[in-house]
Design a protein around this ligand. Structure first.
Ligand code: ACM
Length: 544
């Protein structure tokens, strides 16, 4: 086998050889079967510029053929594909258009790292493919990454680039964390102040919240509705679902800064709240009023018009209850609704929007705090504070996305020592992520089936630009993609040495793509940031 074959990331389910390698050249035709036009367009638009090959429509000898074979789904599910390189040419068959697309991604990897560039860098006119038969399908249907564009805004271009990076790793969900205390990033036509006011903060804490350092420059930005339509269309062509998150009832100070009546006005002077400029869990949460519900219904009406995703994430995490305890209006709501306490009030918010979304054919997702005070009937749980919330939700018959912070929070540092740019949280190495198992062993088979997938979360308090995000995300996203897509053995039995060998080839792809990853030997000199304080976490090893 050639190096390229063994370097496939994520690893395919089965790979065999044929006796016929193929060479693609300027005459190689692309024969797109019914329903595969979008994949053909993607191939011409990506592999075309990198190789200089035109891939004209046609069926001649040696052609690249794309075809949908619904029968493939019976054994391996709707995203299965089979890629064959033999005497007839290259054939990519998928159980669905998505399957064909994942097969096309594998085809690109087989061409070698230069196929990941945007223009040819060699004068070769022929591209050789090894003779292989690959049969492949994903383990999970939800293979996601969260991108926090609220703490630091990522301009649209960067989001489109991340969609490509996810798709190149056969990940299919981009969870966009669009709102938080530090910024509101989505244009809402009914409430222009959400972005006029809520998208901008005056200054930003540098590093951990106890750090004495500030970046005194204003920071912000937001996506117009046209931007979002483009992001969603771009993602759809790449079989990536964009799941929007509008975080309620906590993490809402930016919204309250824009519309002070959303806050607990009988407890604090919400009119003087700015968009927050530092980090941590914020006490300024939404007031449980009819006005707040109506406001967010209008926001969500626009969100649903923009995002076709069945799943809509409404946060629900880290909502301190102090203001509700002190608020006579909140206490009156608890009494009027017959709720037990403030946890019940949090549940009341989430249940309201669970019903509201269900009535519109959508499904609510929330962080595992939504279990407190009673889980809304239709809710799916993102289990982030470890596995426990996910286990409880699965046992209660709810769908679960496993994303425990101890394992797959990509903002956490990748090594001990003092060299990580901002050394926050747990040390989670590339190998730790490779050994992450989304399904805890204590679940029965039926409960385990409730784990619809897994997600790596990239929070951006200390990553202010794309290069910093790249550094935290890569190479660990490659290991994560393998746990999400491939059928790996139990964590202790995983072939980490083999993964590292395949990563050698994958680093060459990341270089070609221009990804500013963390090299295996540690940060490059310009990737270090001495003097910026990290974030200790209880139970995590000390920051040295
Ligand atoms: C979270 O990390 N607060 C979901």
């Amino acid at each position: 086998m050639s190096d390229y074959e063994t370097d496939l990331i994520p690893a395919p389910r089965r790979i065999g050889t044929t006796t016929a390698s193929r060479t693609l050249d300027e005459h190689t035709a692309l024969d797109a079967g019914p329903g595969t036009d979008r994949v053909a367009r993607w191939l011409r638009a990506t592999v075309g510029p990198a190789t200089g090959l035109p891939l004209p429509p046609g069926t001649g000898p040696g052609r690249v053929r794309l075809a949908i074979r619904p029968g493939l789904a019976e054994e391996e599910g709707p995203e299965a594909y089979r890629l064959t390189v033999d005497e007839e040419g290259v054939t990519v068959e998928g159980a669905s258009e998505a399957g064909v697309f994942w097969g096309a991604q594998t085809f690109r990897q087989l061409l070698g790292p230069d196929a990941f560039r945007r223009a040819p860098v060699t004068d070769r006119s022929a591209w050789e493919l090894p003779g292989v038969v690959i049969e492949d399908a994903p383990r999970f249907r939800w293979r996601g990454m969260l991108l926090d564009v609220a703490r630091h805004f990522m301009p649209k271009d960067g989001v489109l680039r991340y969609i490509d990076l996810l798709a190149a790793h056969k990940l299919n969900v981009l969870h966009l964390h669009l709102t938080d205390d530090q910024g509101w990033r989505l244009e809402i036509e009914a409430f222009p102040r959400l972005t006029e006011v809520g998208a901008w903060r005056a200054r930003t804490k540098l590093g951990h919240r106890d750090s004495p350092l500030w970046d005194e420059r204003p920071h912000g930005g937001y996506y117009t509705q046209a931007d979002i339509r483009e992001i969603v269309a771009y993602a759809t062509e790449r079989h990536v679902t964009v799941v929007p998150e509008i975080d309620i009832p906590g993490h809402s100070q930016a919204a309250i800064a824009a519309y002070p009546e959303l806050g607990n006005t009988d407890v604090i002077d919400t009119a003087s709240l700015p968009v927050w400029d530092t980090w941590g869990v914020n006490p300024n949460v939404l007031a449980p009023t009819d006005n707040t519900l109506a406001f967010y219904e209008q926001v969500l009406t626009e969100v649903l018009a923009l995002f076709p995703s069945t799943y809509v994430h409404l946060g629900g995490d880290e909502c301190p209850k102090d203001q509700w305890q002190a608020s006579s209006a909140a206490q009156a709501r608890i009494a009027a609704e017959g709720l037990a306490d403030e946890d019940g009030l949090q549940s009341w918010f989430i249940r309201h929007f669970d019903r509201w979304l269900a009535a519109r054919g959508r499904r609510l997702v929330g962080w595992d705090e939504i279990l407190e005070g009673g889980l809304a009937p239709g809710a799916t749980v993102s289990s982030w504070r470890g596995y426990a919330g996910g286990i409880a939700a699965a046992r209660a018959g709810h769908d679960v996305i496993m994303c425990p912070e101890q394992q797959v929070y990509l903002d956490h540092r990748q090594a001990g020592g003092t060299e990580e740019p901002v050394p926050i949280g747990y040390v989670r190495t590339l190998e730790d992520v490779y050994r992450f198992e989304p399904v805890p062993p204590e679940l029965t088979g039926a409960e385990a089936a409730r784990v619809i997938g897994t997600q790596a979360n990239m929070w951006t308090e200390v990553t202010e630009n794309q290069a910093r995000v790249d550094y935290q995300v890569f190479p660990r996203l490659a290991a994560f993609a393998e746990t999400a897509w491939s059928r790996l053995p139990a964590p202790a039995d995983r072939d980490h040495a083999g993964f590292e060998r395949r990563m050698t080839g994958h680093y060459a792809r990341l270089d070609a793509l221009g990804v500013d990853y963390r090299p295996p030997a540690g940060p490059r000199p310009w990737q270090r940031r001495p003097g910026v304080l990290g974030r200790p976490i209880e139970g995590a090893p000390p920051i040295v």
